[in-house]
Design a protein. Structure first.
Ligand code: ADP
Ligand code: MG
Length: 230
């Protein structure tokens, strides 16, 4: 599903440059649930953003579902992003003046899906994720865990090939984090490929594979045979 070879990324800052990713080799098969771990500043978000086509690599190669990502122009890149990738962020990134239902229908609107179908799909995901009673509520009326489940529904409603999450439990207490991770495990068990950036061991232990980054290189990459079920 994902094939990365000798990936390098630097950020230019004035006249100097910061070498953040220093030769990453990384492959993900369909159906994996991967945790990308590492301390703050180790390059986790940079790597996830490149995988999510939110940022470009400097050197090396990246293939997503057989498509080399480097050669795509802006429009093609945006199309692939909308079609293939779903994102979840620490801060939920929900639109405050729209209901849960409207937030979930939005990506479908941008894909040109008709209103009836948009709403039917959004209801289905909210219902599946235990949020039916909250569909017509605004984000400000929801708990942190509910907000993140709405954000996951919004990411899933377009049926992406890969779900990417950056510190999705970073703003949640540990009990709520477990509930959100239980949903992530459920989605993964239904076959979805998922990559999670986290700096919490507890969260990584709920994934099937743990990749450790340090100073822009992969220090360790191993299967987690003792996946913590919730
Ligand atoms: P992590 O997610 O592991 O905390 P990041 O990938 O966000 O790490 O950042 C890695 C390094 O790159 C950090 O030193 C950070 O300050 C720097 N960095 C991240 N994004 C940018 C940017 N857009 N411009 C300049 N430096 C950046
Ligand atoms: Mg980060």
């Amino acid at each position: 599903m994902i094939k990365i070879k000798d990936l390098h990324k630097s950020y230019r800052m004035g006249t100097s440059s910061l070498h953040v990713l220093k030769g990453i080799n990384f492959e993900v098969e369909e159906g994996e649930l991967v945790a990308i771990m590492g301390s703050s500043g180790s390059g986790k978000s940079t790597l996830l953003n490149i995988i999510g086509m939110l940022d470009l690599l400097d050197k090396g190669s990246y293939e997503l579902d057989g498509v080399p990502i480097k050669d795509l122009d802006e429009t093609k890149a945006a199309n692939y992003r909308n079609k293939f990738l779903g994102f979840v962020f620490q801060s939920f990134n929900l639109i405050n003046y729209k209901t849960a239902l409207e937030n979930v229908t939005l990506p479908l609107y941008y894909q040109g899906v008709k209103r009836k179908e948009r709403e039917a799909l959004a209801w289905k995901y909210l219902d599946d994720f235990g949020l039916k009673e909250w569909a017509t509520h605004l984000p400000s009326e929801l708990s942190g865990g509910q907000k993140q489940r709405v954000a996951i529904a919004r990411a899933m409603v377009t049926k992406p090939k890969v779900l990417l999450a950056d510190e999705l439990t970073g703003a949640l207490d540990s009990k709520t984090s477990e509930e959100v991770m239980a949903l992530i495990q459920e989605i993964n068990q239904a076959g979805k490929t998922i990559l999670i950036v986290t700096h919490e061991e507890d969260i990584a232990n709920m994934c099937t594979r743990i990749v450790r980054l340090k100073d822009g290189i992969i220090m360790e990459d191993k299967k987690n045979k003792m996946v913590k079920a919730i």
